[in-house]
Design a protein around this ligand. Sequence first.
Ligand code: S3P
Length: 168
Amino acid sequence: MNISLIGFMGSGKTTVGRLLARKLGLSFVDLDKVIENKLNMKINDVFSKLGEDYFRNVESEVIKEIISDVNNAVIACGGGIVLREDNIEALRKHSVVIYLRISADEAYRRLKHCNNRPLLKAGDRKTVINNLLMIRDPLYLKAADIVIDVDRKTPNEVVDRIINRLRS
Ligand code: S3P
């Protein structure tokens, strides 16, 4: 069994993913880290030097390679993984897809000082988050097998809820 975590930036995919993997005795894969290692570049630099389209192509290639290759793993995806239908198809075919759902206000609180999210550099951060989340929330919902609300919850609480939902 594989579990993939999807959701907006700041929803806790990496932190929760690591904890969840440890608790369930699964391995952990952080998709953005795999991309950074493959290109030997930080995500910020991939966006600024090679462009978003380039990043999306690599992201799509890497998720398909990894998800069909790994077993018993938790995979933390980048927030934009749902932008391509074929990515979603691959996730759904090879994993249980869990959407960590965050509100725009909570995402803003968590991301207001962060400087390693290239998409948040363009314009007023609150507006960017609102707009992106409005477009993406339906995509995350459509892709997900399980939806977990993460506002005002600690990573451990989120992990416990995921485990309960997986059991039921
Ligand atoms: C992106 C989210 C980032 C990273 C890239 C693009 C997005 O991952 O993949 O900056 O489009 O939402 P996180 O969700 O882990 O921050």
